[in-house]
Design a protein around this ligand. Structure first.
Ligand SMILES: *Cc1c(COP(=O)(O)O)cnc(C)c1O
Length: 390
């Protein structure tokens, strides 16, 4: 009898074990629910994991992006380039600061922003026209930040790497060295999300990594209302032990101790989860090789962190609906950002980024998460084959 799964199969799901539960309970029994010892511990261990000097834990990935835009001093009217193939938050952070979002189309082979198109856009305007670049490590495949840095240096841009899909991912640089996403070697700042569907789950949560001490200290202040207590940073003389200064307009974007305790426990298993994602992806690659009517996005790339496993088919809606009847809940990543009504209201329209639009018309993210069993994966493959044979 063919295997049928005993649970619905979404495109992604968190993996919580008893060690995670115990870590959260221990935090609940501690003295600090908000700013306890797990916060700094999580920051230090996460910085080490990605190979960066500093890390700042924040309430979610969107808050991370907002603080990065503030720390880089995005001003009303400044122009920043990102990819249309991402979650809206990658672009929205520029809007929070009153900046203008511009897009460069994607490379259809990788789903990543096409750096040749970024260059063409930069060259079509005088130097200084654009101030920043926000590349996204889409689906878990790392952008070549060495090349992005060369462009950025040539045109005077800063870079925020949106690494929400790729903790543990890397690209190989021109010297053959592996460069981990968020290691701060090429981008001023990188951001991560700990939404349950991402690699590491905190409930909600986010992280900023950097190697720049000045940006790091500024981010700490912006995360807590713009307030500092650090004697080295005070602009006036202290009145006493309680003294602190609000020096600029900041926010409450802190990540509670509870969430950091969960994040620490999850981080301890991050490499294991990544290895399982890569194994499942290789198995999908093998199962789909040579299959008519289906293409796999960027199969077999080194350093891929596989947040998503993306296939492209002619009748995407047909496949999505068919899988749903089989309890397989695939998802579409993404409706291009420039096609969102909000961005269309700012002047973007259909046809502006045709590669991303064609990609969107055919893409589907199928189940990929560490606890997906080989049998469940075999069932997903069998259902897709059945649909394509119809
Ligand atoms: C998830 C995600 C974000 C936002 O993270 P949240 O923690 O949900 O705010 C930003 N960018 C990308 C590419 C994402 O996938």
């Amino acid at each position: 009898m063919p295997f049928t799964p005993t649970r619905p199969l979404p495109y992604g799901r968190q993996f919580i074990n008893e060690a995670d539960v115990a870590a959260v309970v221990a935090s609940l029994h501690g003295d600090y629910l908000t700013q306890g010892p797990a916060v700094a511990e999580f920051e230090q261990q996460f910085a080490r994991y990605v190979g960066a000097t500093y890390a700042v834990a924040v309430s979610n990935g969107t808050a991370a992006l907002h603080l990065c835009a503030l720390a880089l001093d995005v001003q009303p009217g400044q122009r920043v380039i990102t990819t249309p193939l991402t979650f809206a938050a990658s672009a929205n952070c520029v809007r929070y600061c009153g900046g203008e979002v511009h897009f460069a189309d994607i490379d259809p082979a990788t789903g990543l922003v096409d750096l040749a198109k970024v260059r063409a856009l930069l060259e079509a305007h005088p130097k200084g026209y654009f101030t920043g670049l926000i590349p996204v490590d889409f689906a878990g495949l790392a952008v070549n930040l060495e090349q992005a840095r060369q462009l950025a240096d040539e045109f005077g841009l800063w870079i925020i790497e949106d690494s929400c899909h790729s903790p543990g991912g890397f690209f190989v640089d021109s010297k053959g060295q592996e460069q981990r996403c968020g290691n701060g070697r090429f981008a001023e700042l990188a951001i991560f999300s700990f939404h349950p569907v991402k690699h590491i789950a905190c409930g909600e949560g986010g992280m900023i990594t950097t190697n720049d001490e000045r940006l790091y200290r500024h981010l700490l202040r912006l995360r807590t209302h713009g307030i500092t207590r650090d004697p080295a940073d005070l602009v006036r003389d202290s009145d006493g032990g309680w003294y602190m200064e609000m020096q600029e307009l900041g926010y409450n974007y802190r990540l509670p101790d509870l969430n950091c305790a969960l994040g620490l426990s999850q981080l301890a298993r991050a490499e294991e989860g990544l290895a399982r994602r890569r194994q499942l992806a290789a198995q999908y690659d093998a199962a789909f090789a040579g299959l008519d009517g289906l293409t796999v996005l960027a199969p077999g790339r080194p350093g891929h962190a596989y947040h998503l496993y993306v296939v492209q088919v002619g009748d995407r809606k047909g496949l999505y609906d068919f899988l749903k009847t089989r309890q397989i809940f695939a998802q579409v990543h993404y409706i291009p950002v420039h096609r969102m009504p909000y961005y269309e209201g700012l002047g973007w329209c259909e046809g502006d980024f045709p590669v991303a639009e064609t990609y969107y018309a055919h893409c589907l993210s199928i189940p990929l998460f560490p606890t997906l069993t080989d049998e469940e994966q075999g069932y997903v493959v069998a259902c897709i084959r059945e649909f394509l044979a119809k």
